[in-house]
Every structure is written in structure tokens, then in C-alpha cells.
Design a protein. Sequence first.
Length: 189
Amino acid sequence: MYLKEAKESRVNKKSTCKFAHTEKNQTTCKPMKYRILTNEELSHLEEDFKQFLIVSGVHAEEWEEMNKTDRSKAVQLVEIFSDTVLQKVYEKIKFVEFRSENSCIVFYCQEDKTELISIQGKKDFQVNLSTPESIHDALKKNLSNLQFHRSEKKHNVTRELEIHSLLEQGCVISSEDFWQLLLKIIIAN
């Protein structure tokens, strides 16, 4: 359990700071950009974390000692690793979607803006759009009872922070195929 000890020593879920080396080899605090990875996420990345520690100049013995004597510094290393991993993941995501009983919203996250397509039942039509199966069923059997809306918004923060925010609000990763299908439906209607 290379990562578990440092992760479990955290008191709060939100980070207060992480360290960055300055030219004078001093440590400074800097807020996390995203979030700390969960124990489950970290367990899948244990080998990557070990490599991260080596690249950061921290070897196994030093890591074990740090977990015993300087837990806050150990947590800070996990926080830096978490931000690095999430940055790389978010850079690869282009489409996310939010599903609920009454609506489905698909977001296309571009470099400077996010476009969205929303689907919902027309007035007085009850529809379930909470699962991929129910969305497919509604598009196939009740298309005339659905309404679509399309809009876009310029990013106020970086693209990756926008994606992080959407995922934290309950969105899940989506696909370009689904986006293209919705565009075709909008164009055809």
C-alpha cells in the first residue's frame, strides 16, 4: 500500500496546498488545481506513482520515512501526482454528458468554448433519459415528443478546469459518435 498511508492521513478532502520547489530548493504552498485521487484510483496507478517519486528524487526508503515523520509532505506529493494524472486525463476528454430522468445534456469541450446539446421531453410528455438505453429508446420510439436545444459558452477558465467542474457536477465521459448522432437529428428536424 504505497499510496494508502499518505492518502489516509488527510483530514480534509480538499487540499490546502501542495509544494513546488523554488530555485533555492525551498518548498512553497500552492493550491491543488483539481482533486486528490481516490484510494481506488491510486491503487490502479501504484507503479506510476513509484516512477513519479523516483523522478521527483524520492526513493522507497525516503518515502517510507516521509510517511512516518513528515506526513504533510507525503500528502503533498500525492496531491501533485493527482493533479498531474488528472491534467493528462482531462486533456484527452472531448465529450461529457449529464443524464437525469427528464433530460440529457451532451457537452463538446473545445479549446476555447464548450458547445452543448440538450434533449428533453416536450411539455406534457414524460420521458426517461437517465441511462444510455433509455436515451436510445426515446430517440428511436419518441423522437417527435423530444425537443432539442443547442448552445455554446466561452470558457472562463482553462478547458481542463471546465471538464473537471462538469465531472464534479455529475457528468460522465461521452463519445463523439453520440454527439454526431444528435447533430444529425437536429439537422434532420
